[in-house]
Design a protein around this ligand. Structure first.
Ligand SMILES: [Zn+2]
Length: 195
């Protein structure tokens, strides 16, 4: 098990349509393990294979109830509607408002390549839709209402919860030399630095 590099927007792999998985192999099994590791490492609730550069129809999701892996997932039923904020590990530090179905039924295969039918309500429904879109090269930004917003201006550290709503912060970057000291309104000790 290991984490893999998350591809970010601008990487063409995110725009491609993924291929169906026809058989489970040790390599794909390892990919699934790595996808879970990668998702948890980044405090994500879902991840699709193209986000780690693999053009296969595989998603993992975990909204806090149970981890699920779905191979060749397909939404077979969708109803209701929810409008809320959504983010993506391939677009760190951003989020936007997206309307999704409130409830979906998804069929696919589990990691033993056995058919499964999963239902998602609320966040899980949103998650399934978001991840399955990735398999068709779609990124949620095409659905965002009102533009993307900054979740956090900088410091997207791995110990930070990226999903919180953070108001627009100071945009002053600590560039050496020419930095404008006027924006140092929160620096009480200029020589200490923040841990
Ligand atoms: Zn995403």
């Amino acid at each position: 098990m290991a984490t893999r590099t998350v591809r970010t927007v601008g990487d063409k792999v995110l725009l491609k349509k993924c291929r169906e998985v026809t058989e489970m192999t040790p390599r794909i099994s390892e990919l699934i393990d790595d996808m879970f590791d990668t998702m948890y490492e980044h405090y994500g609730v879902g991840l699709a294979a193209p986000q780690v550069g693999v053009l296969k129809r595989i998603i993992v999701v975990d909204v806090g109830d149970d981890p699920h892996v779905l191979i060749n997932p397909r939404i077979i039923e969708a109803d209701g509607s929810q409008t809320g904020d959504e983010g993506c590990l391939s677009l760190p530090g951003k989020f936007g408002t997206v309307t999704r179905p409130m409830h979906v039924k998804v069929e696919g295969l589990d990691r033993d390549m056995k058919p499964v039918l999963l239902e998602g309500e609320g966040l899980l429904a949103r998650d399934f839709c978001h991840e399955i879109d990735h398999l068709d090269g779609k990124i949620y930004t095409s659905l965002v209402e009102g533009g993307l917003r900054d979740a956090s201006v900088e410091n997207m550290q791995d110990d930070e919860d990226a999903a919180e709503t953070v108001p627009d912060g100071e945009h002053g970057k600590n560039t050496d030399g020419s930095a404008d000291p006027a924006s140092a309104d929160n620096g009480k000790n200029a020589d200490g630095g923040n841990e």
